[in-house]
Design a protein around this ligand. Structure first.
Ligand code: NAG
Ligand code: NAG
Ligand code: NAG
Ligand code: NAG
Ligand code: NAG
Ligand code: NAG
Ligand code: CU
Length: 574
C-alpha cells in the first residue's frame, strides 16, 4: 500500500444482519440518519467509525465485513425502452429508463450493496449496457457496464443484474455505453449518501443538465462524423425540463427561507460545458465528482460532460423567485447551442408570490475545470510518466471524415469479444484498435498530449474503475519536466479537462484488477475513436472478480442476436 498518509480504519460493523430492502423507484430521502452523529450542525459525521476524514480509497463502512453481511442490499429494476416524450414541449422518440426522463434516482448509503437489474426492451436492434459513472467497482469490473471491455451488450428481450458495493459517496449518474445511445435519453442520477465537508439543512437532490438535440442522436452522431465542426444543439434540459416555442416548463425548486440547501449538479450532457449560477446567491462547493473538497465560495461553477459538483445554497436573500442560469462554454470551445442564452430554472422561496423571476445575473464562459482541493489529503509518489499522443484526421475522400487517434490508433472495440473474454481465454494479443495498455505496477502515470493540428476543442477525459490524480495540465506542448508536476494533494476526481491542443498529466494507483476505459466523454469524440483501455493487473483479474456465469450467458445471447439480426457496429461501439 503506497498511500503515504495513514488513515485510521473504519471500525468493523458490530452487527451482521442482512436487510434486503426493496425500495420504491421514486424514493427520495433514503438515507441513514443518526442525528447524534450526522445533523444539520455536524454533516461531517457518518457511521461505524467512518466519517469525512476517512480516505474512501482505503476504507468505507463495512469494509472488513464479508460481502452481503453489512448494510443493505438496495435493489432497483431499470427497463430500457423507446418512448415518445416531449421534455421541453417538442416531441421526440427517445430511449428511456422505466418510461421516464431522466431515469429514476438510484440512491444508497455509503457501504451499501447496490443491485440493479437492467432489462432491454428495445425494438430497434440496439443492445444496451449501463455504466455507473464514477463508481470504482473494486473487484467487480464485470459490473462496469462497458460493452466490448467488461461485457457483451445486453441483447433485446434479455436482462443483466449489476451488483456492486458503494465504496464511495456523493453524486453521480448512470448511462448507456452502447455507442451514442445515452444521448437518446438513457441517463439517470445516482446519490450515495455520506458525510459532507460543510453543514446544510436540506438535501435538494440531483440537478441533471443535458444539452439536447431534437433529431435522433444516432443520426446527429453519424452526420457529425462527416462534418467540419460540431453540430448545433437545440436546447439544454434541466432535470428533463425546459421552455420552448412549443411549450414545456421551467424546472422549479423550492428554498426554505434561512435554510442551507445542498444541490447536486451533474453534467449528463453531450457536447457542452455548463456554467451554473443562481441569481443573488453564492454557492459553497463541497464535492467534485465523488471527492469531498475543501469548501470554497463562488458565484458559479463550470462542469464538463460527466463532472459533478455538490454545492450549498444559503437561502438568506429576500423572499422571492430567482433564476438559476445555465450558460454554455461559449460555442468556440464546445459547439453552438440554439438556446444558449435562455437556459434557466426557477428557485422559489417558500412564501414568495407566484410568477417568473425578474432577478438578474451573468455567467462567465469558457471550457475549463474548477480549481479544487481534496479534503482528505494524499501524496502521490513520483514515478515514470508515459505519453499518450492524441491526433486527429478530418480529411476524407468524399468530404470530411472525423477520426481521433491515441498513438495512431482509432479506438474501436468488438461488442462480442470483450477484453474480459481475452482474459478468460488467456490470449495475450489484442487487436490494435482495442487500444489496450497494460498496467502492472503499483502506481501508473500518463500524460495525454494533443497536437496543434486538431480542432481547438477541450476534452473531458473520464477514467473508469478509479479516481485519478491530476498532476498537471496546460496549453501547448508539455515541457516534460516531471519535477514541475504537483504530487502534493493534487486534484482527485474521475473526469478532468484536457485543454484544447494542450496536455493533461494523470496518475492513479493500480489497485483494481480489471479492464478500464479512459475516454473523452463527448459522444461525438469517443464514437470516432477518442479512447483507450488500461488492462490492470491482468493476472489477478479472474481471482478478484468471482463468478463469470452471467458474463458468459450475456455474450452467448448477444452473439446469437447479432447473428440473427445482422447487426452492424459502425462506430467505436462505446
Ligand atoms: C447514534 O449514534 C450515537 C453515537 O455514536 C450512538 O450512541 C447511538 O446508539 C446511535 N443511534 C442509533 C439509533 O443507532
Ligand atoms: C440503434 O437504434 C438507432 C435508432 O433507432 C439506429 O439508428 C441504430 O442503427 C441502431 N443501432 C444498431 C447497432 O442497430
Ligand atoms: C451506422 O449504421 C446505421 C445503419 O446503417 C446508420 O443509420 C448510421 O447512420 C450509421 N452511423 C454511423 C456513425 O456511421
Ligand atoms: C486521413 O484520412 C484520409 C482519408 O481516409 C486518409 O487518406 C489519410 O491517410 C488519413 N490521414 C492519417 C494521418 O491517417
Ligand atoms: C505513444 O507515442 C509516443 C509518441 O510516439 C511515444 O513517445 C510513447 O512512448 C507512446 N506511448 C506508449 C504507451 O507506447
Ligand atoms: C490556456 O489558454 C487559455 C485561453 O487562452 C487561458 O484562459 C488559460 O489560462 C490557459 N491555461 C493555462 C494553464 O495556461
Ligand atoms: Cu472530446
Amino acid at each position: 500500500m503506497l498511500h503515504l498518509v495513514t488513515k485510521a480504519s473504519c471500525l468493523v460493523a458490530l452487527f451482521s444482519a442482512t436487510t434486503a430492502n426493496v425500495l420504491p423507484l421514486h424514493s427520495r430521502g433514503y438515507r441513514y440518519l443518526n442525528t447524534t452523529i450526522n445533523s444539520p450542525h455536524s454533516r461531517g459525521g457518518w457511521r461505524d467509525g467512518c466519517d469525512i476524514d476517512t480516505d474512501m480509497d482505503q476504507n468505507w463502512p463495512g469494509h472488513h465485513s464479508p460481502p452481503g453481511s453489512y448494510g443493505r442490499t438496495v435493489k432497483y429494476n431499470l427497463e430500457v425502452s423507446e418512448r415518445v416524450l416531449a421534455p421541453d414541449g417538442v416531441e421526440r422518440k427517445m430511449m428511456v429508463f422505466n418510461g421516464q426522463y431522466p431515469g429514476p434516482l438510484i440512491e444508497a448509503n455509503w457501504g451499501d450493496t447496490v443491485q440493479i437489474t437492467v432489462t432491454n426492451n428495445l425494438k430497434n436492434h440496439n443492445g444496451t449496457g449501463i455504466h455507473w459513472h464514477g463508481l470504482r467497482q473494486l473487484g467487480s469490473c464485470q459490473m462496469d457496464g462497458t460493452n466490448g471491455l467488461t461485457e457483451c451488450p445486453i441483447a433485446p428481450a434479455t436482462s443483466k443484474t449489476y451488483t456492486f458495493r458503494a465504496t464511495q459517496y456523493g453524486t453521480s449518474w448512470y448511462h448507456s455505453h452502447f455507442s451514442a445511445q445515452y444521448a437518446e435519453g438513457l441517463v439517470g442520477p445516482i446519490v450515495i449518501h455520506g458525510p459532507t465537508t460543510a453543514n446544510y439543512d436540506i438535501d435538494l437532490g440531483p440537478y441533471v443538465m443535458t444539452d439536447w438535440f431534437y433529431t435522433p442522436f444516432f443520426t446527429v452522431d453519424a452526420a457529425a462524423a462527416h462534418a467540419a465542426g460540431p453540430p448545433t444543439g437545440d436546447t439544454v434540459l434541466l432535470n428533463g425540463k425546459m421552455v420552448s416555442s412549443s411549450g414545456g416548463s421551467y424546472e422549479k425548486t423550492v428554498l426554505k427561507p434561512g435554510k442551507k440547501h445542498l444541490l447536486r449538479l451533474v453534467n449528463t450532457g453531450i457536447n457542452q460545458y455548463f456554467h451554473v449560477g443562481l441569481d443573488g446567491h453564492k454557492f459553497t462547493v463541497v464535492a467534485a465528482d465523488f471527492v469531498p473538497i475543501v469548501p470554497y465560495e463562488t458565484d458559479s461553477v463550470v462542469l464538463g460532460v460527466g463532472q459533478r459538483y455538490d454545492v450549498i445554497i444559503h437561502a438568506d436573500q429576500p423572499k422571492g423567485n430567482y433564476w438559476l442560469r445555465v450558460g454554455t462554454g461559449g460555442g468556440l470551445c464546445d459547439g453552438p447551442n440554439a438556446q444558449a442564452e435562455n437556459i434557466r430554472g426557477i428557485f422559489s422561496y417558500v412564501g414568495a408570490e407566484e410568477g417568473e423571476p425578474t432577478s438578474e445575473g451573468t455567467l462567465p464562459s469558457g471550457c475549463y475545470d474548477e480549481v479544487i482541493i481534496p479534503y482528505v489529503k494524499s501524496t502521490v509518489p513520483k514515478g515514470d510518466i508515459e505519453e499518450l499522443e492524441l491526433t486527429f484526421n478530418g480529411t476524407g475522400a468524399n468530404g470530411p471524415l472525423v477520426q481521433w487517434f491515441i498513438n495512431d490508433s482509432q479506438m474501436k472495440i468488438n461488442w462480442e469479444r470483450p477484453t474480459l473474454q481475452y482474459v478468460v481465454d488467456g490470449t495475450e494479443e489484442f487487436p490494435m484498435s482495442d487500444n489496450v495498455y497494460l498496467v502492472d505496477s503499483d502506481w501508473t502515470y500518463w500524460f495525454i498530449q494533443a497536437d496543434t493540428k486538431q480542432p481547438p476543442l477541450p476534452h473531458p477525459i473520464h477514467l473508469h474503475g478509479h479516481d485519478f490524480y491530476v498532476l498537471g495540465h496546460g496549453n501547448g506542448t508539455w515541457d516534460g519536466n516531471a519535477d514541475s508536476l504537483n504530487y502534493d494533494n493534487p486534484i482527485r476526481r474521475d473526469t478532468a479537462t484536457l485543454p484544447a491542443q494542450g496536455w493533461l498529466a494523470l496518475a492513479f494507483e493500480a489497485d483494481n484488477p480489471g479492464a478500464w476505459l479512459m475516454h473523452c466523454h463527448i459522444p461525438f469524440h469517443i464514437s470516432q475513436g477518442l479512447g483507450l483501455q488500461f488492462l490492470e493487473r491482468r493476472s489477478e483479474i479472474l481471482g478478484s472478480i468471482g463468478d463469470l456465469g452471467d458474463f458468459k450467458n450475456g455474450c452467448k445471447a448477444w452473439k446469437q442476436y447479432k447473428l440473427d439480426n445482422n447487426i452492424a457496429e459502425n462506430d467505436s461501439g462505446l
